[in-house]
Design a protein around this ligand. Structure first.
Ligand SMILES: *[C@@H]1O[C@H](CO)[C@@H](O)[C@H](O)[C@H]1NC(C)=O
Ligand SMILES: *[C@@H]1O[C@H](CO)[C@@H](O)[C@H](O)[C@H]1NC(C)=O
Length: 660
């Protein structure tokens, strides 16, 4: 249950042997002592202690509640304080010749097998003192040439763990005269590289960095039993850091989160505001607050508000579909926890499984399995972003520095994670439920009135959710498809929003034709049948419209006209406007298409009166078109038809002639 960063290590002995030797343990534990330095009881330390207790190790903790002086970011070498504490602790064991002492870091270590196994391995090494080994030389690279070559395994000494007989260890640290922030690793390295002092180092245990481990036996404090007023108060920080599609959906989902609004406060970094919540604080672009500062501000609001129990950070590109997210995260009872979200069918997600030695992204061996939920659980990870829950208690204690989102040149998210790790606070990721996904912000143009309409390529699932009628799927299965006239099909295709935005986009463009460009409508054979219209290509929507026809119209065509496979090619696709004083109707004509779709974009009886369509050959009319529903009928020859007069208001329809 851990990750690695610059030389942090986890010891894993043999997992298989873990349960074997309860009886052996009792006889051996007398001769084995674990010494560790922990100035704070971090989550890592508590985990270490739990694993030690599980295997019955005898542990002595040095330096608890002492101020840590042994190095920080600016002086990462450090660690001298550990040597001083060890040196002083070893005095009392100087004459215990049989006592084996393991000196080990605790924040990033857990035991995976018992004392008997540990002692057995130590004795097999046939040395008085054995150090752990590492792949990287640190902190003085110039010493590399002095290191003996090794045939296999790791070559360099690490100071994160070593084991030896008490008198030998005492001798080892006797000469320590360094400062608390001097490097312990350099000290041990020099001892090791000095042939006179060398005490015998073996590359001893395998240091496996264990990927985050699944954990199914979690406590579930089910919140459903609570009354709403008793639920924790959450401050939600919302960050719209760049132009983001589907924002209205974002706020709709926020509204639909299953959590009482009276227990939610909002902090929004942008200028979109929402009423109805307990409190809303909005930082707009005019306030000139940049990303890191805004995030610090949001967190600080919660930190300083004694009523705030949790801080939930949410970026606008996160599509949080699971309405139970807040409750699920709270139930996990962690200081910092993120729900897994990833790009649709991509490996891009909001966490890292591992860090590279210099603190950047590294792929852990189980990363793909976690993202794809082939392994589910609660994972301890080194980096999270975009959406996470933080306990206010932690903000006031471990994470009380006001500037969590800054650290040197790191971006805000990396700085945050870096600082959280430095405070010994674990970041968890849960993929035990589906939570949602991350929008793609690439190719988001903001030059249109309704930019989301153009997102059918970049974010097709979100486009579908916003624009395709909820009953389209049923229509695709043949349900809900009506046939009001022979061979004229009628089914739901667009949401109200799709209809409204398309009409508004056309009106915004405003250059309605005066009726001389619709040369492909043929009346009784040959004459022009002009309409007042705007073509999809005039608003730069041709590619997107084609994609829509291909994805949504073609599949249904193939169902309804078996044996006919459309390429949904079109030369003409446009929105027509009918008004009593402009153009109220359309005279009988044939369409220059194999088949035609005709989508009603507004509501009869409300937006306009009259209208409809009559197929002359069948003496059959559709007088009450339904908004968002399309008519689909054969063009040419058979389906000679006319547009019935609109008597009041304005009627809009979207028409495409397919396979001309
Ligand atoms: C979808 O179909 C169901 C069942 O016929 C109906 O109740 C519902 O109102 C329809 N949805 C819309 C948006 O028309
Ligand atoms: C067409 O239908 C209407 C009623 O739907 C009927 O009154 C009319 O006589 C029909 N016309 C023809 C030519 O059949």
């Amino acid at each position: 249950e851990n990750w690695s960063s610059h030389g942090e290590r986890i010891i894993i002995f043999s997992l298989i042997l873990r349960m074997l030797n309860v009886s052996l343990v009792l006889s051996h534990t007398e001769n084995l002592l674990i010494l560790t330095v922990a100035t704070k009881q971090t989550e890592g330390f508590q985990r270490f202690r739990r694993s030690a207790q599980f295997f019955n190790y005898k542990v002595q903790v040095l330096g608890l509640d002492e101020e840590w002086q042994g190095g920080d970011d600016e002086n990462p070498a450090g660690g001298g304080q550990k040597v001083r504490l060890l040196k002083s602790a070893l005095k009392q064991y100087a004459d215990k010749e049989d006592l084996v002492i393991l000196f080990i870091d605790s924040y990033d270590v857990l035991f995976a097998s018992g004392p008997a196994e540990l002692l057995k391995k130590f004795k097999q090494a046939k040395s008085k003192v054995v150090f752990s080994a590492e792949n990287y030389i640190y902190p003085d690279r110039k010493l590399e040439a002095k290191y003996p070559q090794v045939r296999d395994g790791k070559r360099f000494l690490g100071s994160g763990g070593f084991i030896g007989y008490a008198p030998n260890l005492k001798k080892l640290v006797e000469e320590w005269k360094g400062h608390d922030d001097d490097s312990d690793q350099l000290f041990y390295t020099n001892v090791f590289l000095d042939p006179e002092k060398r005490v015998g180092v073996a590359r001893f245990w395998d240091q496996h960095v264990i990927g985050p481990s699944g954990c199914h036996a979690l406590q579930n404090l089910y919140l459903t039993g609570f009354k709403d007023e008793a639920l924790p108060m959450i401050l939600i920080g919302i960050f719209i850091e760049q132009p983001t599609p589907f924002l209205s959906q974002f706020f709709l989902r926020l509204r639909n989160l299953h959590y009482p609004k009276q227990r939610i406060q909002l902090f929004i970094h942008n200028h979109v505001s929402k009423a109805e919540y307990l409190a809303v604080k909005v930082i707009g672009p005019d306030d000139e607050v940049e990303n890191a500062e805004a995030r610090n501000l949001g967190m600080d609001l919660c930190r300083k508000d004694p009523d705030c129990d949790y801080y939930f950070s949410l970026d606008a590109e996160i599509v949080l579909k699971n309405t139970e997210t807040l409750r699920i995260l709270i139930e996990q009872n962690k200081l910092v926890i993120a729900p897994l979200v990833s790009r649709h069918e991509k490996l891009w997600s909001n966490f890292w499984g591992a860090l590279s030695p210099d603190g950047y992204y590294a792929r852990s061996e189980d990363y793909v399995d976690v993202v794809q939920r082939r392994r589910v659980g609660l994972w301890n990870v080194p980096y999270i972003s975009s959406v996470y829950l933080v306990k206010a208690k932690a903000l006031r204690l471990e994470l009380d520095q006001g500037d969590l989102f800054r650290n040197g040149k790191l971006d805000a998210d990396m700085a945050f994670c870096h600082n959280v790790r430095n405070q010994g606070v674990f970041m968890y990721l849960t993929n035990r439920h589906e939570f949602g996904h991350i929008l793609s912000l690439e190719n988001y143009q903001t030059t249109h009135l309704h930019n989301d309409l153009w997102q059918i390529f970049s974010n097709p699932e979100d486009w579908r959710e916003k624009y395709i009628h909820e009953n389209y799927t049923a229509a695709l299965k043949g349900k809900l498809v009506e046939m009001p006239c022979p061979d004229v099909y009628w089914f739901p295709i667009f949401t109200d929003t799709a209809c409204d935005e398309l009409v508004e986009e056309m009106e915004h463009y405003g250059q309605w034709s005066t009726g001389d460009n619709t040369d492909s409508r043929i009346q009784g054979g040959y004459e022009n049948v002009p309409t007042i219209d705007i073509h999809m290509n005039q608003i730069g929507f041709e590619r997107e419209w084609y994609k829509f026809l291909l994805d949504y119209i073609a599949p249904i065509t193939e169902k309804l006209y078996p044996g006919y496979y459309t390429k949904t090619q079109f030369e003409l696709a446009f929105v027509v406007r009918y008004k009593p004083d402009e153009q109220p109707s359309l005279m009988p004509h044939h369409d220059a298409s194999t088949f035609t779709i005709n989508i009603a974009l507004n509501r009869v009886g409300i937006d306009y009166e009259g209208g409809g369509c009559r197929f002359l050959r069948y003496n059959c009319s559709i007088r009450a078109p339904r908004k968002g529903w399309t008519l689909m009928h054969p063009g040419r020859l058979t389906h000679y038809h006319e547009g019935l007069p609109t008597t009041k208001g304005t009627r809009y329809i979207a028409v495409s002639f397919l396979d001309p």
